[in-house]
Design a protein around this ligand. Structure first.
Ligand SMILES: CC(C)(COP(=O)(O)OP(=O)(O)OC[C@H]1O[C@@H](n2cnc3c(N)ncnc32)[C@H](O)[C@@H]1OP(=O)(O)O)[C@@H](O)C(=O)NCCC(=O)NCCS
Length: 182
């Protein structure tokens, strides 16, 4: 039987879980992220605690955690662009190999998208390393398409990453809002 997968927004006291998931993702899939494992490992535990506390409360950036049978098994980041809050990004997406192909990635992206759309985002962007063909296919299957934007990866300047976008309908809850989601 497939394990049940759930997604919840990070809680203020989940700095250690956040660190565990982030370092696991950088160890398992270093090709997928800008940050390196060494950078994450050398960061003080308090850095993760501060990020978890901020992401639990902020209206402009957050993280969601995937659970399988109650155990943390994946992560995604979501944030608004400062100057143009109808534009938002998902990042740091990772699902533990043992629970891949069970739609956990889809659940993370859709939950993060819903949160961003509720805050007024109509365009959700994601940077994908060109060599990460699996992630490219994954995002395309979820309705993300090319923006035409492509740039060198800061961590590995010989390689490129491509910006994908998914357009989401203006969220009913924010239909009358004209202000930035701050
Ligand atoms: C990309 C990733 C998050 C997908 O997570 P997931 O939980 O397996 O995703 P889902 O089950 O929702 O969807 C899987 C679908 O994505 C695509 N896909 C994902 N991994 C794939 C692979 N190894 N080979 C082929 N297609 C793949 C397929 O369309 C697949 O559909 P299928 O399961 O019916 O074959 C996961 O593979 C991962 O964490 N990869 C390493 C980190 C990474 O690349 N992150 C993205 C950074 S931009």
């Amino acid at each position: 039987m497939s394990p049940s997968l759930t997604v919840r927004r990070i809680a203020a006291d989940q700095g250690a879980v956040f660190r565990e998931l982030r370092t696991a993702s950088l160890r398992e899939a270093p090709y997928a992220f800008d940050e390196t494992l060494e950078e994450a490992m050398s960061a003080d535990a308090s850095t993760f605690e501060q990020t978890a506390a901020r992401h639990a409360a902020s209206t402009t950036s957050t993280s969601f955690i995937l659970y399988t049978e109650g155990h943390p098994a994946g992560l995604i980041g979501a944030c608004f662009e400062d100057a143009a809050p109808h534009r938002a990004f998902v990042s740091e997406l990772w699902v533990a190999p043992a629970v891949r192909h069970l739609r956990g990635g889809e659940l993370l992206v859709n939950t993060a998208s819903d949160w961003l759309a509720a805050g007024g985002a109509t365009e959700i962007y994601a940077w994908i390393a060109d060599e990460n063909r699996n992630a490219m296919r994954f995002y395309e299957r979820l309705g993300f398409g090319p923006t035409g934007e492509r740039e060198r990866i800061p961590r590995a300047p010989a390689q490129f990453q491509t910006l994908l976008v998914r357009h989401v309908p203006h969220h009913a809850a924010s239909a009358d809002d004209t202000d930035a989601p701050l």
